[in-house]
Design a binder for this molecule. Structure first.
Ligand code: AMP
Length: 179
């Protein structure tokens, strides 16, 4: 079995969560499976082995689990991108659209120095709204986003294409059809 099949079967799919028509791709089952978790982290890291990257940035909350492991494996620092109001020091903030209304995400303004090379990590890219905002936030601090990495891509929703159109390479491990 290819590693993609191993990873796909380690992810639990929950129909109609959090609302009708959405199939929620639940990675808690992957995280609880030692070999699948290690494989996912190894494959996320693989393109950057031997290259110079300064930091990993992870998107709250599942991006923290994967991004922390990626940073550890690359022996580099980790930067959390959090929902508004969670970080205690001075922050930079960006707004982004959700299906209903807008939300905001934040980073500490001193989390990165201008010119640092950063890899962005989250569990899944769908419409790309979340990742687009995260890339903009990193770029606002002068970081060079060398790649955006996700375990899961939902290509029909076009998010990966949007990130590539911003000039940021996208690395995903598996795809699922539909929403
Ligand atoms: P988007 O901004 O549309 O690319 O959505 C990506 C964010 O929403 C990620 O942080 C995902 O964890 C979460 N997400 C979106 N769709 C799903 C889904 N079908 N299953 C699990 N998580 C999802």
């Amino acid at each position: 079995m290819s590693f993609q099949n191993d990873l796909r079967s380690a992810i639990r799919s929950i129909p109609d969560y959090p609302k009708p028509g959405i199939i929620f791709r639940d990675i808690t089952t992957l995280l609880g499976n030692a070999s699948a978790f290690r494989r996912a982290v190894d494959e996320l890291v693989q393109p950057w082995a031997g290259t110079k990257v300064d930091k990993v940035a992870g998107i709250e909350a599942r991006g923290f689990i994967l991004g922390g492991a990626v940073a550890h494996q690359l022996s580099i620092g980790f930067v959390p991108i959090r929902k508004k109001g969670k970080l205690p020091h001075k922050v930079v903030t960006i707004g982004y659209s959700l299906e209903y209304g807008i939300d905001q995400m934040e980073m500490h303004e001193d989390a990165l120095a201008a010119g640092e090379k950063v890899i962005l990590v989250d569990d899944l890219i769908a419409t790309g709204g979340t990742a687009t905002a995260a890339v903009r936030l990193l770029q606002q601090l002068g970081a060079e986003v060398v790649a955006a990495c996700f375990v899961i891509d939902l290509p029909e929703l076009g998010g990966a294409k949007k990130i590539k159109a911003m000039g940021v390479p996208v690395h995903t491990l598996i795809t699922f059809d539909g929403h």
